[in-house]
Write a protein that binds this ligand. Structure first.
Ligand SMILES: [Zn+2]
Length: 128
């Protein structure tokens, strides 16, 4: 990977991070508005609250995980490990990193990991 490509990906990562944090702040504001909003009397109160909390929890949880992934990718850039597959040590191609700047595995290893997980679910139906 060239210095120019690396700089481009770093910019992408920082931009994504800012986006996520801004969305997160907007979400927090939305929560505040929901808390203040008068309850819909047509809707059972408990069910409405549970549904709202569930949706917001899922959203902020996945946002937090993505921010962590972005931070880890930037840390790997600083250490010079960025673009190296965590499994086989091979190169992660620029095209893949452009689509997924915080990828930690090359296409082959990521596909293998997905297959492994897929088989795991089928082999252990009791865990579902
Ligand atoms: Zn690999």
């Amino acid at each position: 990977m060239t210095e120019k490509q690396l700089a481009l990906l770093r910019r992408q990562l920082l931009q994504r991070r800012r986006q996520l944090v801004e969305t997160h702040q907007n979400t927090n504001r939305d929560i505040g508005e929901l808390m203040d909003a008068p309850k819909d009397p047509e809707f059972e109160e408990g069910a409405q609250t549970a549904l709202t909390e569930f949706t917001l929890h899922r959203l902020t949880d996945s946002q937090r995980r993505e921010v962590e992934a972005v931070d880890q990718a930037i840390a790997r850039m600083d250490e010079g490990d960025y673009g190296t597959c965590a499994d086989c040590g091979g190169e992660i191609y620029f095209e893949r990193l452009q689509a997924l700047p915080f990828a930690t595995r090359c296409t082959d290893c990521a596909t293998m990991e997905e297959k492994r997980r897929g088989i795991g679910v089928v082999a252990n139906p009791g865990t579902l």
